[in-house]
Design a protein around this ligand. Structure first.
Ligand code: AMP
Ligand code: MG
Length: 324
């Protein structure tokens, strides 16, 4: 973890430095018109895991990917006619659209929490846009504050919460909007409001000439990661296992059992590495175990990112319920 956090100016040099750090997988807080975002390379599993670690988030809820232009959007997601109309009317701006993820898109599975949808936004802030253009790819960026604290609307707020935990912050002054983006599920024919935010719903309805639907409780999209069995392998998952049985696919953590041929979240016991590999290895374990198979998972310490890892593993092991 970086010992000191660089304060970067919103000039050519500062933006180039921020982009170089981000391309190298480091975390940099950047100003957007809504709030400061804690940005990391959305295609880099380790950078995305580090976002959760820096914020001390106890859960892998999905993150918004920030992009520079529509060409990048269409590389990552499928756009319905509705999504195209929303994008044309309100991007760049304080609106996030949840869209269908394109198979093979370069987005770390931790960004979407393993969902087949992805939340995208083109921010309007000139500094955010300059950093995105310089990076040349998507940046995952939740608000740049420790989990459970107030969202930062100045570089000083960012430093108060995250100094020493991130590589840098680009000081772009105070955020104009000051609240998070409005989030719409735009995967279907009717937009569904997932979160109120900087773009009033009335404006959206006025411009598009249609109603925004309220989110349905219990709908899969409205509660990513909240269904107990969300993102579960097909087979049975057993947790906190010290030694797997013969027919179980082993998902280890830390020291490898002698003679075992299983998968390992992090042989060195590094929680950020384990988080970065979690969804990849759950997929791999699922493929190896098959529908009727069994997966045994080693204990993961309940500290730091271990809490989010255990939260997700607990959902993977929960009795199946709801849509698959
Ligand atoms: P934050 O991390 O504060 O920027 O908030 C991101 C918000 O976007 C959260 O409320 C997430 O639940 C929501 N979100 C991100 N991705 C998705 C998705 N694929 N489906 C539904 N909601 C999403
Ligand atoms: Mg937040």
């Amino acid at each position: 973890m970086p010992a000191s956090t660089q304060i970067l100016q919103p000039d050519a040099e500062g933006i180039a430095r921020a982009a170089a750090l981000l391309r190298a997988g480091a975390l940099v807080a950047i100003p957007t018109e809504t709030v400061y975002g804690l940005a990391g390379d959305a295609a880099n599993d380790h950078a995305v895991a580090a976002i959760f670690a820096a914020k001390d988030r106890p859960r892998f809820n999905p993150l918004i990917v920030h992009l520079a232009d529509m060409a990048q959007v269409t590389e990552i997601a499928r756009l319905s006619p509705l999504a195209r109309a929303l994008a044309a009317a309100f991007w760049p701006g304080p609106l996030t659209l949840v869209l269908r993820l394109k198979p093979g898109a370069r987005v770390a599975p931790l960004v979407t929490a393993g969902l087949d949808t992805v939340a995208l936004r083109l921010p309007a802030h000139p500094v955010a846009r300059a950093v995105l253009a310089a990076v040349g790819g998507g940046l995952a960026a939740p608000s740049a504050n420790p989990s459970g604290r107030i969202s930062p609307v100045s570089a000083a707020h960012v430093l108060a919460g995250l100094e020493g935990r991130i590589a840098g912050v680009v000081d772009g002054g105070d955020c104009a909007v000051g609240v998070e983006s409005t989030i719409l599920d735009a995967t279907g024919a009717v937009p569904i409001l997932l979160r109120e935010g900087g773009l009033p719903v009335e404006r959206i309805e006025e411009v598009l000439g249609l109603k925004v639907a309220a989110r349905q409780d219990g709908a899969l999209l409205s509660a990513p990661g909240q269904l107990a069995s969300h993102y579960a392998p097909r087979g049975a998952v057993r947790l906190e296992v010290a030694r797997p049985e013969k027919d179980e696919v082993w998902l280890g953590f830390g020291k490898i059992l002698s003679g075992s041929e299983g998968l390992n979240l992090s042989p060195s016991g590094d929680l950020t590495e384990a988080a970065a590999r979690l969804f990849h290895l759950l997929h791999e374990a699922d493929a190896r175990a098959g529908a009727g198979g069994r997966i045994a998972v080693a204990p993961v310490p309940e500290v730091g990112l271990g809490r989010a890892i255990n939260d997700r593993l607990g959902r993977a092991a929960a009795p199946r319920e709801g849509p698959k």
